[in-house]
Design a protein around this ligand. Structure first.
Ligand SMILES: Nc1ncnc2c1ncn2[C@@H]1O[C@H](COP(=O)(O)OP(=O)(O)O)[C@@H](O)[C@H]1O
Ligand SMILES: [Mg+2]
Length: 229
């Protein structure tokens, strides 16, 4: 679990006076982290409050990840299967159901967030980072929205492939490994040029698609580097 997530959770549950004191202490020890937490705490516009209100109606209903299968996203996509679960998220495949075009997407939920507010703040943070990136080997951002149970999520490009972990255990050829390295490095370079540090490039956060290219996913603990902050 990230420092940002932990600090944000602690401070968002503190009363106003305590919150400022804790934020001041954090700023002395970890100024960058304090700045990020403060940014999350300051989200309070109408759209944000509105989504939180909607989320409260359905957020605590789910018992396990399977319960979201069949849900409708923004009236257009339906969740068909669970793709994977990480440290704090459930990610699903969804297909377009309005009959206009055939399209599949990935939908990410922050399942383990301790409150609706934290889940939404994390969604906004990752969505903004994804939206700042534009690279063929980074899963593209599509939208931020909510399902018919009022639970918010991120919609992004569906990567049809296997994790880097599975790839490395499949006895890949030297040529295949080179291709993965090359495409991965080009994606990392792009993110760095945009001032974004992924922060968790583990073997489950890189997918190798059917063309043999690496695709980076999971920017939920990514941060902005000093140059761009
Ligand atoms: N865009 C995607 N396309 C296909 N599968 C995905 C996509 N995003 C995530 N997944 C699957 O879901 C798993 C968990 O997603 P991830 O974003 O890494 O969650 P966490 O932040 O909890 O680690 C991944 O390891 C992968 O198997
Ligand atoms: Mg992950």
């Amino acid at each position: 679990m990230s420092d940002l997530y932990e600090s944000y959770t602690e401070l968002s549950n503190s009363c106003a006076g305590d919150q400022q004191q804790k934020l001041d202490e954090l700023a002395k020890q970890q100024p960058e982290l304090a700045q990020q937490v403060q940014a999350l705490l300051s989200h309070s516009d109408y759209a944000f409050e509105n989504l939180i209100t909607k989320m409260h109606q359905g957020f605590f209903e789910q018992e396990d990840a399977e319960i979201r299968i069949g849900r409708i996203i923004d009236g257009k996509y339906q969740i068909t299967q669970l793709l994977g679960q990480g440290g704090m998220s459930d990610v699903y495949k969804a297909k377009r159901i309005d009959g206009l075009i055939k399209h599949e997407v990935a939908i990410k939920y922050f399942a383990l967030a301790q409150s609706c507010e934290v889940a939404l703040a994390m969604i906004q943070k990752e969505a903004q980072i994804l939206a700042n990136l534009d690279h063929q080997f980074i899963a593209s951002f599509i939208d931020i929205g909510h399902d018919d149970h009022h639970e918010p999520n991120i919609m992004m490009e569906y990567i049809n492939g296997i994790t880097l972990f599975e790839f490395l255990h499949s006895a890949p050829s030297e040529e295949a490994t080179d291709q993965v390295n090359k495409t991965l490095n080009s994606a990392i370079k792009h993110a760095q040029e945009q001032g974004i540090e992924h922060g968790d490039l583990s073997k489950n956060n890189v997918l190798v698609d059917h063309n043999g290219n690496a695709n980076i996913i999971d920017f939920d603990i990514a941060s902005y580097t000093a140059a761009k902050r």
